[in-house]
Design a protein around this ligand. Structure first.
Ligand SMILES: N[C@@H](CCC(=O)N[C@@H](CS)C(=O)NCC(=O)O)C(=O)O
Length: 198
């Protein structure tokens, strides 16, 4: 199998960390820039987005959540999203963190509009506030009481490293000290060291 991905994307990192966490060794990672609109990416995913997994049969699988569910079901032990069916609490924890990844990527896109002179103060502030609100809520969530890895923990580590990488000015540790402490204990697990964004 082949994973079209980049080294900075937090979505791709969720998948790349999961591959390592599950000990999967037969996925070739092809590093691409989605903005280059290569035929290989657009043929596989008309959205032009990474990550995109291409199976040995040539079937494209996206987005990051679907790839994670696929790998966990096909090559893992199906525990990442809660094991038992209908674990809505865990799935909602994951949705919150995935939404925060969306906010952090949109905030990054606003930064990039700076060069075009069209950065919006309104949207910048809206994405920052969503991030801070979401992380404040994380303080009370069971996600950070657990040191075993399931999808919410994995995605949270990817989110927080991405915020530190792209948005170092965001003082999230001040509003989420318990999450910061949990993160400091978790971020150096091997699956995450190898995939840290750069
Ligand atoms: N919902 C998608 C989002 C993927 C995404 O937005 N990836 C970014 C890279 S961080 C991308 O490919 N951007 C190019 C574009 O949107 O045109 C997922 O979870 O995989």
């Amino acid at each position: 199998m082949k994973l079209l991905c980049s080294l900075a994307s937090p979505y791709a990192r969720c998948v790349r960390s999961l591959i390592r966490y599950l000990g999967i060794t037969d996925i070739e990672e092809v590093i691409i820039n989605p903005m280059e609109n290569t035929a290989e990416l657009l043929d596989a995913n008309p959205l032009g987005q990474i990550p995109c997994l291409i199976t040995n049969d040539g079937v494209p699988i996206f987005d990051s959540e679907v790839i994670m569910r696929y790998l966990d079901a096909e090559l893992g032990d199906n525990q990442m999203f809660g094991g038992k069916a209908n674990n809505w609490v865990l799935q909602c924890q994951f949705s919150l963190i995935k939404g925060l990844i969306d906010s952090s990527v949109k905030l990054r896109q606003e930064q990039m509009r700076e060069d075009e002179g069209v950065r919006s103060a309104f949207w910048t502030s809206r994405f920052e506030q969503a991030l801070l609100r979401g992380l404040m809520q994380m303080e009370n969530q069971a996600v950070i009481t657990q040191t075993t890895i399931q999808a919410p923990q994995l995605a949270l580590i990817c989110l927080l490293d991405y915020i530190d990488f792209r948005h170092p000015e965001l003082d999230w540790r001040k509003v989420a000290p318990a999450t910061a402490l949990w993160f400091s204990q978790m971020r150096d697990l091997p699956a995450f060291i190898e995939t840290r964004p750069h």
